[in-house]
Design a protein around this ligand. Structure first.
Ligand code: AMP
Ligand code: MN
Ligand code: MN
Ligand code: MN
Length: 277
């Protein structure tokens, strides 16, 4: 049987639009054979997804996407094949939860200064007190007709440097990598090209990641073109990191990114799943 891996996606446990069950059903419809759910800073969706995956015959990998800090840059570290109960990982998640709650309060205050009220209660409700993300604020701004699209919400209010932007210092990169390793998982640099690093800074970041115990980078995502994949395959091989494949699917409303719609991993790269198979 042809294997199709998607090792990066989101459910309603963080900023995804589908419940874990709906997400796994969509994965089955899209012929995915191995799926990892990687919600931002939380593992609460994993148990439900695993039940559905078992029913539908999909191999399910426990995952997470941790918000981490490298120098002045926020980088995302996916953890694959983790033990969600592990104490160190739980501790990092609890810290991130507090950071996100405090940031949400500050974002809501900035929106109030712009005459927009009720954001905090709305996002807390939508996130059911789990991971509150900027996407929850964006959904609120759309629902109240302050903007007409999610991307307008980021452009006008929530994006880096915009009027309701609040900068956060996330868990240090090294701690995020260590927590994933402690939990028996494989740390993966998510969407490495999204940080807009120069080649020199990219090498510095990957060196820090590797020294901290990092094991893989995403070489294939929902968005990369063949040239970008070649660049990433080269980084993987240069730093002796395995390569991962993940769509970063969030919502059926985004026509550009679909669960399981990913290119094959370049043959020169060691597949990340070989690390746990
Ligand atoms: P946070 O981790 O709370 O800062 O939220 C970041 C999330 O917002 C990312 O994981 C994306 O899902 C989403 N996001 C970031 N920028 C944009 C954008 N310009 N348009 C839509 N979604 C975005
Ligand atoms: Mn997201
Ligand atoms: Mn991310
Ligand atoms: Mn993601």
């Amino acid at each position: 049987m042809t294997q199709l891996y998607d090792l990066h996606c989101h459910s309603t446990a963080s900023d995804g639009a589908l419940s874990p069950t709906e997400l796994v059903k969509r994965a089955a419809e899209n012929a995915i054979t191995t799926l990892a759910l990687t919600d931002h800073d939380t593992t609460t969706g994993l148990a439900e997804a695993k039940i559905c995956a078992d029913e539908l015959g999909i191999h399910f990998i426990n995952g997470i996407e941790l918000s981490a800090q490298w120098e002045k840059v926020g980088v995302h570290i996916v953890g694959l094949n983790i033990d969600p109960q592990h104490e160190m990982l739980q501790k990092v998640m609890a810290e991130l939860h507090i950071m996100r709650t405090e940031r949400a309060e500050k974002i809501a205050l900035k929106l109030e200064k712009k005459g927009i009220f009720g954001a905090l209660a709305a996002v807390q409700k939508a996130a059911t007190n789990e991971t509150i993300t900027r996407v929850h604020f964006a959904n609120f701004l759309v629902s109240q007709a302050h903007v007409s699209t999610i991307s307008e919400a980021f452009d006008r209010y929530l994006g880096n440097g915009k009027s309701a932007y609040v900068s956060t210092t996330w868990t240090p990169l090294e701690s995020a990598v260590q927590a994933i390793r402690d939990a028996g998982g494989v740390p993966v640099v998510a969407h490495p090209l999204r940080y807009k690093l120069t080649a020199t800074r990219m090498r510095k970041m990957l060196g820090t990641f590797k020294n901290a115990g990092g094991l893989a980078i995403e070489v294939v995502t929902g968005r990369y073109n063949p040239d970008e994949m070649r660049v990433l395959a080269n980084y993987a091989n240069q730093f002796e990191l395995a390569g991962s494949v993940g769509s970063d699917f969030h919502s059926p409303d985004n026509p550009w990114i679909e669960l399981g719609r990913v290119a094959p991993l370049p043959a020169s790269v060691k597949p990340v799943w070989e690390l746990w198979q």
